[in-house]
Design a protein around this ligand. Structure first.
Ligand code: SF4
Length: 452
């Protein structure tokens, strides 16, 4: 790196989107007519990626910024599944399901493992009854070891789940206590064993750095412990402190949060440990084993990014079900109502429960492709955009290109005869390199978490 860590943080640690979409959800507007958004792609044959938001958790982890509902009442989940089934039936007439296959299914939340085995079985059957799946579909669930049982794992395996993602966050009991998430190491090991014994192939573990009481040394120990679980993939997220979105995060301010310099050192240390142990840094906090599909896609330019993060599958249309879920096709975004009662009321009233939406302009589509190219391959070839969009890239994006002069001096980007390329160092700050091409940040940074 051609710049000291301190300088780098001073220059680049500023609020910025994670670009799981472009434009980001901050640009979505109130939707008057959700049906009109769905009508636009009624005849589409693009493969589907289904997302089910299962919001329930037994207790709140104080770092969490997800849309959750805290309860121990499984009856609430039963009522939710009734409404989910109805939401699917309200949406189905617009999805052309006879002529396309599901290539991705993901249960997120909340905690999908909160549901009882019977509830999981019912939801999976409800979905299978309504959609046709590709034989190589990626079927995944986020699992919380504190609510997972072997029976639940078997239900998921029986319904073809082939990927799991475990929230671990940190194995240090002091950190766990400070964030209100007690999860012993033995519990993690047991859950991963159940998953592997059931024949579910891929295990991802999520970690978070930047939590109270973490140090570079303590986080190194967490990473080493998690390495002994032999996950296929790891997501090592920078803690996003956004108390205006997640007020419980204010509780963490009582303890000392690691400063950006320590956080950056944790990231560098994590990359060192993981790459020394056969993992490849995919980008934006994600690592995968050598030989994993994501690693191969990174090498051959086949990496893509959507609301699920990095994926090898291009051109999928995402359809979200449940409160707060987001749907995305080639032309628009649609987000469901975020409050549980209001979402239930809309579905009970036979209306599609969309609250926000966004119709992309041609300029949005162009900027999205530039930003996703930076986030995925990191290799921006101007001529490819000129040919596809009929523009003169150097002229169209003269401000964005000029804004990369400083990152280029700092060794984060290299210009070449065809365009520019993100360097290995730059891949640690992908958001900063993408931000100059974001047409909406010019009018203000929005309320995003900082990039480091
Ligand atoms: S981190 Fe996961 S388990 Fe904890 S509150 Fe958030 S969604 Fe629930």
């Amino acid at each position: 790196m051609q710049i000291s860590t301190r300088e780098l943080i001073t220059k680049y640690n500023r609020p910025g989107p994670r670009y799981t979409s472009y434009p980001t959800a901050l640009q979505f507007n109130d939707v008057k007519d959700p049906v009109a958004l769905l009508e636009e792609t009624r005849d589409s044959t693009a493969p589907l990626s289904l997302y089910y938001h299962l919001p329930f958790c037994e207790s709140l982890c104080w770092f969490c910024a997800c849309t959750t509902v805290i309860t121990c009442n499984r009856g609430t989940a039963q009522t939710y599944l009734d409404a989910l089934e109805k939401e699917m039936d309200l949406t189905l007439p617009y999805l052309n399901t006879e002529n396309r296959l599901v290539k991705q299914l993901h249960f997120g939340g909340g905690s999908p493992s909160f549901q009882t085995p019977e509830q999981l079985d019912r939801l999976c059957s409800d979905i299978r009854k309504r959609f046709n799946f590709a034989s190589d579909a990626e079927i995944s669930a986020e699992l919380d070891p504190r609510t997972l049982t072997e029976e639940k794992v078997k239900v998921l395996a029986n319904h073809g789940f082939n990927r799991t993602s475990f929230g671990v966050q940190d194995v240090d009991p002091k950190v766990q206590k400070a964030v209100h998430r007690i999860q012993p190491d033995e519990m993690n090991r047991q859950c991963i064993k159940w998953v592997r014994d059931a024949g579910i192939e891929s295990v991802n573990t999520d970690l978070i750095y930047g939590l109270p009481f973490q140090t570079v040394e303590s986080f190194r120990q967490t990473v080493e412990t998690v390495l002994s679980y032999e996950p296929d993939r790891l997501a090592v997220f920078s803690y996003a402190h956004v108390p205006w979105v997640a007020p419980a995060q204010k509780i963490l301010e009582r303890s000392t949060l690691p400063d950006p310099e320590v956080k950056f050192a944790m990231l560098l240390e994590t990359i060192d440990i993981l790459t020394a142990n056969g993992y490849v840094y995919i980008g934006m906090d994600h690592f995968a084993k050598e030989g994993d599909e994501l690693t191969l896609a990174l090498k051959d330019g086949g990496l893509h990014r959507n609301f699920q993060g990095y994926t090898t599958m291009a051109g999928l249309e995402m359809v979200g079900f449940g409160m707060s879920s987001i749907s995305q096709n080639g032309v628009s975004y649609r987000q469901n109502i975020k409050e549980l009662d209001d979402w239930h009321a809309a579905v009970a009233n036979d209306t599609l429960p969309a609250q926000k939406g966004y119709h992309m302009t041609e300029e949005d589509k162009l900027r999205k492709e530039v930003i996703m190219t930076i986030m995925c391959s990191g290799n921006v070839v101007y001529q490819e955009f000129n040919d596809k969009y009929g523009i003169d890239f150097a002229n169209h994006f003269s401000d964005g290109i000029a804004a990369l002069d400083e990152p280029a001096k700092d060794g984060l980007v290299e210009f070449n005869n065809n365009g520019f390329k993100v360097t290995d160092e730059g891949r640690l700050l992908l958001r900063n390199i993408a931000m100059p091409f974001d047409g909406y940040l010019q009018s203000g940074p929005g309320r995003h978490a900082k990039t480091i």
